[in-house]
Design a protein around this ligand. Sequence first.
Ligand SMILES: O=C(O)CC1=CCC(=O)O1
Length: 96
Amino acid sequence: MLFKVEMKVNIPHDMPAEVAAEIKAREKAYAQELQAQGKWRHLWRVAGSYANVSIFDVADNAELQDLISALPLFPYMDISVAPLCRHPSSIHQDDR
Ligand SMILES: O=C(O)CC1=CCC(=O)O1
């Protein structure tokens, strides 16, 4: 199942820089692991914002919840999720 996930990062201004850097490093490693597994299909920066738009390819809602809630930045993000389905005009065979 495909989901569009929008994440807006709100790191508290009083978080020490080294703590923020450590969380971001763990976030990057986790995100790259999920991309390598094919579960995090697209990861795009929203230009001009500390936010991303992502496409996840997971078995079901529960797996999406498990993956997203394990993000190191999860406590510091506003997240919105929308389920996706194939567009009838799409030419991409891996859309489903
Ligand atoms: O910087 C972001 O948009 C938050 C984030 C998600 C995956 C990652 O590596 O950073």
